[in-house]
Design a protein around this ligand. Sequence first.
Ligand code: FAD
Ligand code: NAI
Length: 476
Amino acid sequence: MSKQFDVVVIGAGPGGYIAAIRAAQLGFSVACVDAWENEKGGPAPGGTCTNVGCIPSKALLQSSEHFEHAGHAFKEHGIDVSGLALNLGQMLKRKDGVVKQNNDGILYLFKKNKVTFFHGRAAFAGAAGADGYPLAITGPANETITAKQVIIATGSNARQLPGAEFDEKLILSNTGALAIEGVPAKLGVIGAGVIGLEMGSVWRRLGSDVTVLEGLPVFLGAVDEQIAKEANKLFTKQGLKINLGCKIGTITKGDNSVSVAYENAKGEAITAEFDKLIISIGRTPNTNGLGADQVGLALDERGFIAVDDDCKTNLPGVWAVGDVVRGPMLAHKAEEEGVAVAERIAGQHGHTNFNTIPWVIYTSPEIAWVGRTEQQLKADGVAYKAGTFPFLANGRARALGDTSGMVKFLADATTDEILGVHIIGPMASELISEAVVAMEFKASAEDIARICHAHPSLSEATKEAALAIDKRTLNF
Ligand code: FAD
Ligand code: NAI
């Protein structure tokens, strides 16, 4: 007889493993099935985020930033470094170690919460019977289990550019971009989005000459224009060669190089030679091999699993969360949906507020934002007030030696409610949390302006930007 579970989660990325843990906390019998393999063929739960996404990219961003600081910034602090050398092998090994700690941590959390883990690929094996949906698992685990409720959290894969298949040696997706074994002298990046900028920054800091080719005529179109402009200026000064408005033509692989023919914004035909090429032009939902047609699971017009606001699919008792459904492809969005679905299955009122999901780009300086941009407010016809404060005028940023960027507040012109906060600068990823909390509580800019912030801290720039809404900055 097949093993029966109240809830089976397919995929152990941030959406899936968190949903499994929350469902187990709520008293359900829970299994989680995940196909990811480590280099020894063992399980590696954590999905894209842990294995080839958030975690390894942040490990390399940190290491490469240390390397760059040791080469330049330390001198200003009175620290002379001699014999500085890059040990890329050790850097990649450390990154792999950080990934493994996270894989092991998730296996431990499954045990702690009594979630049964199956290492393999799950697919619907037919319509729901009295015991629920039969799910066939293939791989190291090989059995059929049944689930009264199914949560699909199968994530996404890098989008392929037609005619330029990923071989992870010369033409790299995020997977190859995180594991280049020697610093490429010339690195090409197609797509100036989040991955292109983060991975481009890593390899530039380690010594590559990085050229980024972006299709759109604007830089970081989803980011507040003022912040995006500042980012473009700073990244260009660092040495990233950012080319907007490029039409990519033929990509040809040689023995040890790749050539990219493209038309630049002026309409000139250019052919560029690179030692490696990263293609980061977005991601596509992962619905392959799920047996969706076995059960009539509906997809939307873009190939995502179709869900309503509560993450319910068209099938009773089948839910979907994370990158495989509409909305931002972010780990914390996937987690929030996973928790909310587990709580809904338990009859509770799970909640995900899409208006207060923070975004962070982990470049240097970091870029972080929550809520609407100035251009969105204009397009929506909302009357707003704006206030900015530069890190140049913040004592802690000066002490750090990291004064680039600003904090920007946007508030409703009548009610003063915070509508958006945009930061480019040191530790923007941490600073943005205050704005998220404030927006969740529907705070006004004045609320933040009246809160005591520790001195000297970067967060004082947040308070000052709130003060700037009414032109009352104290330190600028
Ligand atoms: P995934 O993490 O993709 O996990 C899905 C899992 O399901 C995988 O393990 C897969 O093997 C498994 N699976 C698929 N099909 C089956 C099946 N049929 N049976 C069993 N298992 C299956 N987001 C952030 O918020 N912050 C960041 O800093 C960040 N950095 C990123 C950096 C990079 C380079 C990339 C590529 C992404 C980054 N992201 C980041 C995005 C983040 O990784 C995703 O939003 C997140 O992983 C989505 O989680 P998920 O659970 O929906 O899917
Ligand atoms: P992206 O959507 O961020 O950027 C893709 C870029 O490629 C866009 O600027 C787009 O205009 C451009 N593009 C698309 N087609 C093109 C073409 N044919 N030629 C030239 N340019 C083209 O996607 P990316 O960087 O691949 O990342 C995927 C997702 O992963 C992100 O959207 C984000 O959700 C997630 N992610 C999040 C991170 C974070 O939170 N810090 C880090 C990395 C990824």
